[in-house]
Design a protein around this ligand. Structure first.
Ligand code: PYC
Length: 314
C-alpha cells in the first residue's frame, strides 16, 4: 500500500529542513528521549526514505513533529539526517518555526519546542527571522591533542551545543567552496581519529560534528566556519548548535562576554547572530537567523519500489 507523507521544505541560510507535518510514524507518548529511541529502533527505513536519495539529499535534515510532553510547548520535534538522529538542530529549529508560521499554526512571539536534549525557546520575530534560545552549552575539554593519520597532530576543544563538537584550533585551510573536498577529507579524518582514540564528550558520547574556523573577509562578521555533520556532509548554514558550541568556547577563553554579539558566517556566506546569556550558572546561547519555505509536498512511499527506502547509506 502507498504511504503518503506531507512535508514542508525550507532552507535556513542554505541548509535544508524537511518538516513532516502528516503521515509520519506515531511514536506514542512519553518523554522525547524515549520516543527518539523508538524512532531509532523501529523507523530507520522511514528516516532514510525521507532524507536520502532519491527523494532527499545528504544535506537535508528531517524534522518529525510530535505531540509535546510538556503542555507549555508548542510542539515536540525529532531531528534526523542521512546517517541518524540529531539531539538538537539550530538551523532546523529556525526552519521548523518558519514552517509553523507558514501553516498559520503560530504567530510572532515566543514559543517553546521540546527536543530530545531539552526544551528550547524560539521567538518568531516580526521581520520573520527566528531567535533560538538553545539548551545550555559548555566546553567539555580544552586543547585536546589527537594524532590524525596523514595530517599529524590536531588540537581542538570538545564542546556541547545540543550536539557534540570538536572545534579545531590549528588547520591550514582557507574556508571556501573551492576547498570543499580538502575540508571534508580533513574533518572526516579528524572525526575518525577522535573515535579511534576514544576522545568523547560527556557520558562517553561520540563527537560527531567537526568544526573549523577562520577569519571572515566580510565586514562586521566575526568568523567563518566549516562544519562537518555526522553523515559526512557539510552544513550550508553556520550551524546553530555549532555556533552555540563556539560561543561556549569563546566564553571559556574570556573572549566573549554575556550579551556580546558574535556574527558567524558559513562557508557559503550565510550568517547567524549569536549571543550568550548566563542563567543560574548555565550558558544559554541564542542564535538568530532567517529561513524560507521552498516547497509543500506529498511524498509517496511505494513498497514495490526497490529504492523506496533510500539508496544505500554510508
Ligand atoms: O544548525 O544545529 C544546526 C545543525 C546541525 C546539523 C546541521 N545543522
Amino acid at each position: 500500500m502507498l504511504q503518503r507523507v506531507r512535508v514542508i521544505d525550507s532552507h535556513t541560510g542554505g541548509e535544508p529542513t524537511r518538516t513532516v507535518i502528516e503521515g509520519g510514524p506515531d511514536l506514542g507518548d512519553g518523554a522525547l528521549p524515549e520516543r527518539l529511541l523508538r524512532f531509532q529502533r523501529d523507523h530507520e527505513a522511514f528516516r532514510r526514505a525521507l532524507v536520502t536519495e532519491p527523494r532527499g539529499s545528504a544535506a537535508i535534515v528531517g524534522a518529525l513533529l510530535c505531540e509535546p510532553n510538556h503542555a507549555e510547548c508548542t510542539t515536540g520535534v525529532i531531528f534526523f539526517n542521512n546517517s541518524g538522529c540529531l539531539g538538537m538542530c539550530g538551523h532546523g529549529t529556525i526552519g521548523l518555526v518558519v514552517t509553523l508560521a507558514y501553516l498559520g499554526r503560530i504567530q510572532p512571539g515566543y514559543h517553546r519546542i521540546e527536543t530530545p536534549v531539552g526544551i528550547v525557546g524560539a521567538t518568531l520575530n516580526e521581520d520573520s527571522t527566528v531567535t533560538v534560545e538553545n539548551v545550555p552549552s559548555y566546553r567539555w575539554a580544552a586543547a585536546v591533542n589527537v594524532e590524525v593519520p596523514g595530517f599529524g597532530q590536531v588540537t581542538g576543544d570538545v564542546a556541547w551545543g545540543g550536539n557534540w563538537f570538536f572545534l579545531v584550533k590549528n588547520h591550514p585551510y582557507t574556508i571556501t567552496g573551492e576547498n570543499l573536498e580538502q575540508l571534508t577529507n580533513f574533518t572526516w579524518a579528524v572525526r575518525q581519529a577522535l573515535a579511534a582514540n576514544h576522545i568523547q564528550g560527556a557520558e562517553s558520547a561520540e563527537i560527531d560534528h567537526i568544526e573549523l574556523h577562520s577569519p571572515s573577509q566580510s565586514p562586521g562578521i566575526d568568523s567563518r566556519n566549516f562544519v562537518l555533520c555526522p553523515g559526512k556532509e557539510y552544513d550550508r548554514s553556520p550551524c546553530g548548535t555549532g555556533t552555540s558550541a563556539k560561543l561556549a568556547c569563546l566564553y571559556a577563553d574570556g573572549l566573549l562576554a554575556p550579551g556580546q554579539v558574535w556574527r558567524q558566517e558559513s562557508i557559503i556566506g550565510s550568517v547567524f547572530e549569536g549571543r550568550l546569556a548566563l542563567r543560574d550558572g548555565a550558558l544559554i546561547p541564542t542564535i538568530s537567523g532567517a529561513a524560507f519555505v521552498t516547497a509543500e509536498a506529498t511524498l509517496i512511499l511505494d513498497p514495490r519500489d526497490a529504492f523506496c527506502w533510500g539508496i544505500g547509506s554510508l
